[in-house]
Design a protein around this ligand. Structure first.
Ligand SMILES: [Zn+2]
Ligand SMILES: [Zn+2]
Length: 383
């Protein structure tokens, strides 16, 4: 096994330039979520040219794909899948109008492509199947939620992905998450002359926020809620006839999330009853789940990272983390989701302007090769 792992590392070294070109191409052609036409077509072309069998588009999503390579015709072996991402974020640059790779998804595309190709190049050493999913729109709708619901991850033995982050962490956590829009419909009136004739929709928002604040104590640190008022009226001298809010609800697991979500809706109904404003709400289509850890897979990954010189790992913290659609994958099959730390490159965190430079840097490319090697080695353990 040690010998085969050396061979996979050499295979990754041989394709280093190929992988770096992929990361650079995605980086230099940033596309927003659900609009990754160039990026997905580019990745698919690369995969077809090295002998992967590609379904594109996949599951009804224009910019998604599934690329497969089987080392044995009967496919008696295991199946390992990698998840590529390639959507960028809006609003960067001096004028806040530039789309850019501030989350490093170009790096995820490069590292997963390199892992999949390295395995394919040494496929005489194992029986099994390698899949590379092109999972579009991580930043917006979270297509992995749809993939999971549609059965894409059923019968897969392991899913591997890495992300750049502040620290190295294999036991990564993520909070389950959903979001709501609240709309309150009242009646306008002159705010001084005859306020009694109005129904104040903004009051309903204030009361909903008061309800949310009271609720926080009852759930403790397992639930995080953050909200903004997206429309609070037009002018102080008019009783607002319309007001709206946007609320994110996160919880350390998906069952706690559902309890909190039920309460959030009741708070909206209560605010409506208290003010007389009509209440309408909408919940996000996709609910993100927390990450279910797979200790066995994680321990394999830790050992392989140690071989590659990464020994300092942080423990995942369920109270200080964000949410991601890979959580839903972890409820369908074993998942190992690792972050590799960039604090030696820059202080900037993901989604910050400064992180755009990190995502395209030579230092990030060094980490990309470590990521590709560690994922390929862990895939070999599974296969
Ligand atoms: Zn992001
Ligand atoms: Zn990301």
């Amino acid at each position: 096994m040690e010998e085969i792992k050396q061979i996979i590392c050499q295979a990754e070294d041989k394709i280093a330039k190929w992988a770096e070109e992929i990361s650079d191409y995605i980086y230099n052609n940033p596309e927003l979520s659900d609009e990754e036409y160039k990026s997905s077509a580019y990745l698919v072309k690369k995969l077809r040219s090295i002998g992967f069998n590609v379904t594109y588009p996949y599951l009804g999503f224009d910019t998604s794909f599934k690329a497969e390579y089987c080392s044995d015709n009967e496919h008696n072996g295991k199946t390992v899948a990698f998840l590529a991402e390639y959507d960028a974020l809006p609003g960067y640059g001096d004028a806040h109008n530039k789309t850019a790779h501030a989350c490093g998804h170009n790096w995820i595309a490069g590292s997963t492509m390199a892992a999949a190709r390295s395995l394919k190049d040494i496929s005489r050493y194992f029986n099994g199947k390698i899949i590379l999913f092109g999972t579009q729109s991580e930043e917006k709708t979270g297509s992995k939620v749809n993939f999971a619901e549609l059965g894409a991850f059923d019968n897969i033995d392991a899913v591997l992905q890495m992300h750049l982050g502040r620290v190295n962490c294999v036991d990564t956590t993520a909070m389950a998450m959903t979001d709501y829009t609240f709309e309150f419909y009242g009646r306008a009136a002159h705010a001084a002359k005859e306020p009694e004739n109005g129904i104040n929709a903004l009051d309903a928002c204030h009361l909903a926020i008061a309800g949310i604040n009271a609720m926080r104590q009852q759930f403790g640190p397992d639930v995080k809620i953050h909200e903004v008022i997206t429309n609070g009226g037009q002018s102080p001298n008019i009783i607002p006839e319309y007001a709206s809010m946007w609320i994110f609800v996160r919880a350390t697991d998906k069952n706690i999330l559902e309890k909190a979500a039920e309460r959030i809706v009741n708070i909206g109904k209560g605010a409506s009853l208290m003010t007389g404003a009509q209440f309408r709400y909408k919940r996000a289509k996709n609910t993100f789940y927390d990450i279910k850890r797979n200790e066995k897979l994680n321990s394999l990954m830790k050992a392989n990272l140690a071989e590659l010189g990464i020994t300092r790992l942080e423990e995942g913290d369920k109270y200080h983390c964000e949410s991601t659609d890979i959580g839903n994958v972890s409820y369908r099959c074993p998942v190992c989701y690792t972050t590799l730390g960039t604090s030696h490159i820059s202080d900037a965190g993901i989604h910050e302007q400064g992180f755009i430079d990190v995502a395209g840097s030579d230092e990030a490319k060094k980490l990309m090769h470590i990521a590709a090697k560690a994922m390929a080695m862990t895939a070999l353990d599974v296969l």
